[in-house]
Design a protein around this ligand. Structure first.
Ligand SMILES: NC(=O)c1ccc[n+]([C@@H]2O[C@H](COP(=O)([O-])OP(=O)(O)OC[C@H]3O[C@@H](n4cnc5c(N)ncnc54)[C@H](OP(=O)(O)O)[C@@H]3O)[C@@H](O)[C@H]2O)c1
Length: 194
């Protein structure tokens, strides 16, 4: 689901090209697939994370610029300075990150509103949406079988492998949920049904 979401947003809806820049927030499932897909298509990728260790792995997966958002709460300033404005934001934070996401999107940029991981009370000013003619688009559901097949074909061609953090046996499902809830994972946490 995370892979299909990242694929649909960046490639099918976003028409991502090699000369564009993508900002992926955090190193969870959606953002990690987004990092890999964007890098495979030749785009520049910026990744934020609360963990320097995870940022190191993000660089191995294709991130060009990495920022620790806990050490640098005003990460938007750094992204704007380093990129001059990004073309796509993989916006998984919600109210807690949306204001800075709108700030770092370049003119005509596409803000893919996918999740609400950093949800909190916030007032978001629509000025950047108007002033930069941004495309702020909600993401809902996954996609068609045909889209999924196109994603798998691209993954095979580009040798993109899902980033699996940890696999739990089915009888460890409670531990799997607790592990996922703790947020220490990078990419996907899998429960095996074999
Ligand atoms: N709309 C859709 O179609 C769709 C589809 C799939 C998922 N979603 C939603 O999208 C969101 C992401 O899903 P996921 O499976 O990728 O989640 P996940 O794997 O649970 O992502 C967790 C990661 O998000 C990052 N994060 C949390 N707060 C952040 C912040 N303030 N700034 C930047 N990163 C932050 C953290 O990364 P670090 O540890 O690196 O800091 C955390 O490890 C969820 O809300 C999910 O419900 C929506």
């Amino acid at each position: 689901m995370c892979g299909a979401t990242a694929w649909r947003e960046l490639v099918e809806k976003g028409d991502l090209t090699a000369d564009e820049t993508v900002l992926a927030l955090g190193t969870g499932g959606v953002s990690t697939f987004a990092t890999q897909f964007a890098s495979a298509r030749g785009a520049d990728v910026v990744v934020t994370s609360s963990s320097d260790e995870k940022l190191g792995r993000a660089r191995e997966l294709g991130a060009d610029v990495t920022i620790n958002y806990e050490e640098t709460p005003e990460w938007g300033d750094v992204v704007a300075e380093q990129t001059g404005g990004v073309d796509h934001v993989v916006e998984v934070g919600g109210a807690g990150t949306l204001e800075q996401s709108l700030q770092v999107a370049g003119f005509g940029g596409h803000v893919h509103v996918i999740g609400v991981l950093a949800d909190q009370e916030a007032v978001v000013h629509p000025g950047p949406i108007l002033g930069k003619a941004l495309r702020v688009e909600g993401s809902m559901g996954v996609g068609s079988r045909a889209m999924f097949d196109r994603m798998l074909a691209a993954m095979a061609g580009d040798e993109v492998e899902p980033e699996i953090d940890r696999v739990f046996d089915f009888d460890e499902v409670r531990e799997a949920y607790r592990y996922f809830e703790a947020g220490d994972h990078q990419g996907k946490v899998v429960v095996s049904v074999e």
